[in-house]
Design a protein around this ligand. Structure first.
Ligand code: BDP
Length: 693
């Protein structure tokens, strides 16, 4: 099954010298201990040996790999391996004995598992291990996938088939996929998974389902992965016992406490709850005139004695506030800084609107010094062409993590807010909305795997260069040949800017078609709530285009620290990539390159199309490095991506041209069809919509 193995496909090592230097270590291994995690380590080493095809080579008895928790190492080794600074999950790979012994150690068995995967990763990349010395520990504590999976196995915003959780047949049927899912996640350091959709169903909290959740938790436990669930705020009512869900009501508190106790009795290491409340019609504390703090803290109390946490989402916006949706989460949450219980994290999307191809970082980052903020990225490509478009998302994640919030002086990057170093946060976390489904390669697009992989690597260390991640993944997944890795790394790195160019250049956002968000829909103006309509976001008219978020407009800019607010208040000093996010400007506004805004918009759309053409050309030369199935599939998907890049360009330019009334600049072809044609394109059965809301 091509692609099923993800990054745990231990391919034969084609370089004999490299191979020789590896075999003895893998064929002469001692793993100390006997627990289920230790068994998993042994199993993984076996798989690697088989995959690398080392099984038949004779071990040279001098080389040895020893894997053990520091305090269980033989006494001669104990003194040589210092694991003091590694925490619970960090590992150390040390080479001693003139290069003849490699020791993987740490303070827990899970650390050893991470160390083993780290070691195998070196081999998958054919790295020199003759003097290997690595010390690595995660910078963020809760590294979690969010599955937007419904109990009927549809996946909201999922483009890779159905949910991998087969609720119907659990707990009796344990599919091999569950274990492989755990292995793949542990290999990149993910240590938590929220199994259910944020638009949640209370049934998951009933004993019938908890038994199923328990079965999954048991598969994941040896791999260090904790299970979390989404908690529907109105569950006390829906499950039949109570007539209120008021968080200050004693019976409601008791009800949640009981539910938590019941869950923990079955799953002692249960992680806690993720909650979407008072957002897009979901129930929450507001109905009872209570606040986010009341809601979150009530649930926090229910899980506190079990070491559970609450991840309370900040994705909120209300129709009663027509001013600017981008401002609302900040306005709702900032007053509560420092008021949340110690085991609550506020989970904030990377930008203030919604997982767009590009958004400035969310102004809440840096603005709540006394509240642990958890980052929420979207790995599934809801607004970025589903799993038909190749977009390397780690580049997007990196851009956000690297932005300076100035919250604590210069160099207070978003990464430092998330990993807690900026204000000594005790609890830290990062979440990625998964792109995983029942497709045989898990993610649909063969390159979607790179986004899952890259999310995990950045969750472990938000300072890794996305280029390094791209290289690593390409080598592990396809080939170590320089002629493959180099051009393909460039392709991956550029793919993010490419999608921005052909979808939403220069700060445009949320101009996708209604509901499924696939393809362009800048003309849409008839939806129930103003802020659901693309026209609300681009505000194109005869005078110009863009959302004025300066003091003369919504003043959302005031939510950012002064250096940003000041710089971005003037279009001339606003980075052009964010121009129309913050400014409404005339079509003939002169940009840095001396050309008009209109020309620049058109040229960006055109460039996006040309970049996809280039991707196609590059890929066409890679046939010899990749297996046939993935080569063909990617080629066909790139052809779709190219057609759709043109669709985006032509639809958006025909629509905006009505207002600009300007000619297309040289180099940009006239759209093939008229605007009515583009408006009439429908995708009635596009995947990923939640049929229940
Ligand atoms: C939006 C999605 C919607 C999610 C919502 C959320 O369109 O399906 O339920 O975000 O994050 O991006 O709650």
């Amino acid at each position: 099954q091509e692609g099923y193995e993800l990054w745990l496909d231990y391919k034969e090592i084609q370089d004999p010298t490299v191979e020789k230097s590896y075999t003895s270590f893998l064929n002469n291994t001692e793993v100390i201990g006997n627990s289920s995690t230790i068994q998993s380590i042994k199993k993984e080493l076996q798989l690697a040996r088989a995959g690398f095809d080392f099984e038949d080579s004779e071990p040279n008895n001098e080389s040895k790999l020893i894997i053990g928790v520091q305090n269980k190492l033989p006494s001669t080794l104990k003194n040589q391996i210092n694991t003091k600074n590694l925490g619970e999950e960090g590992y150390k790979i040390t080479t001693i004995n003139n290069g003849n012994t490699i020791v993987i150690s740490g303070n827990s068995e899970i650390a050893l598992l991470y160390g083993t995967y780290g070691f195998l990763r070196e081999m998958q990349q054919w790295n020199d291990i003759s003097a290997l010395n690595i010390e690595d520990k995660p910078k963020i504590q809760k590294r979690v996938l969010n599955h937007w999976d419904n109990l009927d196995r549809t996946v909201e915003r999922g483009y890779a088939g159905f949910s991998i959780w087969d609720w119907h047949l659990l707990p009796e049927l344990i599919k091999p996929e569950y274990k492989d899912y755990a292995r793949a996640n542990a290999a990149i350091g993910i240590n938590g998974t929220v199994l259910t959709n944020v638009n949640s169903n209370a049934l998951i909290l009933t004993p019938h389902y908890i038994e199923k959740v328990k079965a999954l938790a048991e598969v994941f436990r040896p791999y260090g992965i904790q299970v979390y669930l989404t908690a529907r705020f109105s569950a006390p009512i829906e499950l039949g016992d109570l007539d209120t869900a008021d968080p200050l009501d004693e019976n409601v508190k008791k009800w949640w406490k009981n539910i938590a106790d019941e869950i923990y009795a079955e799953i002692p290491d249960f992680g806690g709850f993720l909650v979407k409340a008072d957002s897009e019609g979901q129930p929450g504390p507001f109905q009872y005139d209570r606040t986010h703090v009341d809601g979150a803290n009530m649930l926090a109390e229910a899980v506190a004695s079990h070491n559970g946490i609450i991840m309370w989402r900040a994705f909120v916006y209300s129709e009663e506030d027509p001013d600017d949706r981008a401002k609302q989460a900040y306005d709702q949450f900032i007053p509560y800084d420092g008021k949340f219980a110690d085991n609550v994290m506020v989970q904030v999307k990377n930008g203030a609107i919604d997982f767009q191809p590009r958004e400035p970082f969310h102004p809440m980052f840096g603005a709540m010094p006394n509240t642990p903020l958890m980052m929420e990225f979207q790995i599934t490509q809801e607004y970025l062409g589903f799993s038909s478009h190749l977009v390397f998302l780690p580049k997007l994640f990196e851009e956000v993590l690297d932005e300076d919030t100035y919250s604590n002086g210069e160099n207070s990057t978003v990464a430092k807010i998330i990993d807690g170093t900026n204000s000594n946060k005790k609890l830290t976390g990062i979440a990625g909305v998964a792109n995983i489904g029942t497709e045989k390669n898990w993610t649909g697009h063969p390159f979607g795997q790179a986004d899952w992989y890259g999310f995990g690597r950045l969750a472990w260390d938000p300072y890794i260069d996305s280029k390094d991640i791209a290289q690593e993944w390409l080598k592990i997944n396809f080939s170590n040949e320089e002629d493959f890795v180099k051009p393909m790394t460039d392709l991956l790195i550029e793919s993010r800017e490419t999608v921005v160019n052909y979808m939403t250049p220069l700060g445009l956002h949320h101009i996708m078609a209604t509901s499924h968000h696939y393809g362009p829909g800048p003309w849409v103006d008839d939806l129930g709530r103003p802020e659901w309509n693309p026209v609300y976001y681009h505000k194109a008219d005869k005078n110009g285009i863009g959302f004025d978020r300066t003091a003369s407009g919504s003043n959302a800019l005031a939510q950012y620290a002064k250096p940003i607010a000041e710089k971005y208040s003037n279009p001339k000093t606003t980075p052009e990539k964010y121009l129309l996010w913050f400014h409404h400007l005339p079509w003939d506004y002169e940009m840095k390159n001396g050309k008009s805004l209109w020309n620049n918009i058109a040229l960006h759309y055109q460039k996006g199309v040309e970049q996809v053409e280039q991707m196609q050309k590059t890929w066409a030369t890679m046939e010899q490095y990749v297996n046939e199935e993935e080569f063909e599939k990617t080629s066909m998907l790139l052809a779709i991506q190219l057609e759709e890049a043109k669709w985006w360009r032509d639809a958006c330019l025909s629509y905006f041209q009505q207002f600009s009334e300007m000619e297309l600049p040289t180099g940009v072809p006239e759209p093939e069809h008229d605007l009515e044609y583009y408006k009439s394109i429908e995708r009635p059965y596009a995947p990923g919509i939640n049929p229940s809301w």
